[in-house]
Ligand binder design. Structure first.
Ligand SMILES: [Zn+2]
Length: 240
């Protein structure tokens, strides 16, 4: 979620998203890989329909989840080279046990997302991420399962994201509740609870988002617009 706030701080850019090749050495097995990295993008990505899933470019692409061609270490592009040294041996053992799959491994972005998400889930379990991380991971997983027509897996992931968001909401400061309620609303829509979704969005609407480490004003404005868009474009009966 932090990435969203950082990107929202940037001035509005109008050129299309482009990707270039980058050489990345796998921190687990030392193999050199060629991955894609964004060279440019526009803030229009925050108007993509995926905002109604609270999933944002580049997580909507098939290039953002890197997989090592040898050991199959799989992680978000911003995490891949930043694996903590103390976790390397545990990850190597897990990948040895659970990282194999059939089919070609080059180029990485042609490996089905379902395969990469499964390995990434195991990787992040070793890395012991928090509820906020898993809430976003499951939203991203839900997005990609739905895109590839795997409806039951998409539903399971979104139900997981909803449970995480509701758990975080229980202990959240008032200043953080607006974003969490939008996520709860989005996941309720996607899991078929339209009445519950409207309740969450109604609760979110008068709140103001504030956090010390993010651009609160920009994010608050974004959330307010998103709530209005939900009500006019989604809850009024249109599909997305
Ligand atoms: Zn590797």
């Amino acid at each position: 979620m932090l990435a969203v706030a950082l990107l929202l701080c940037l001035p509005t850019l109008v050129f299309p998203a482009t990707w270039i090749d980058v050489d990345v050495t796998c921190p687990v097995c030392g193999t050199a890989n060629v991955f894609k990295v964004p060279a440019s993008f526009g803030t229009y990505v925050y108007q993509d329909p995926s905002r109604f899933q609270y999933v944002f470019w580049p997580a909507t692409t098939d290039t953002f989840l890197y997989t090592c061609r040898r050991c199959h270490l799989t992680a978000y592009m911003q995490d891949f080279a930043e694996i903590p040294a103390r976790k390397i041996s545990e990850l190597a053992a897990m990948l040895e046990r659970e990282g194999s799959f059939e089919g070609a491994v080059v180029p990485y972005y042609e490996i089905p997302m379902a395969i990469r998400l499964k390995i990434a889930r195991n990787v992040y379990e070793v890395l012991e991420r928090d509820d906020e991380f898993w809430c976003e991971f499951d939203r991203i997983a839900g997005y990609h399962f739905a895109e590839s027509g795997q409806a039951s897996q998409a539903h399971r992931a979104r139900a997981g994201a909803l449970a995480r968001a509701e758990a975080i909401l229980e202990r959240a400061a008032d200043s953080q509740r607006k974003e969490l309620l939008v996520i709860v609303g989005a996941m309720r829509v996607l899991t078929g609870d339209i009445v519950g979704a409207r309740q969450a969005l109604d609760h979110a609407e008068p709140l103001v988002y504030a956090a010390p480490d993010r651009d609160s004003a920009a994010l608050d404005q974004f959330l307010s617009q998103l709530i209005r868009d939900f009500k006019t474009e989604v809850l009024s009966g249109q599909r997305y």
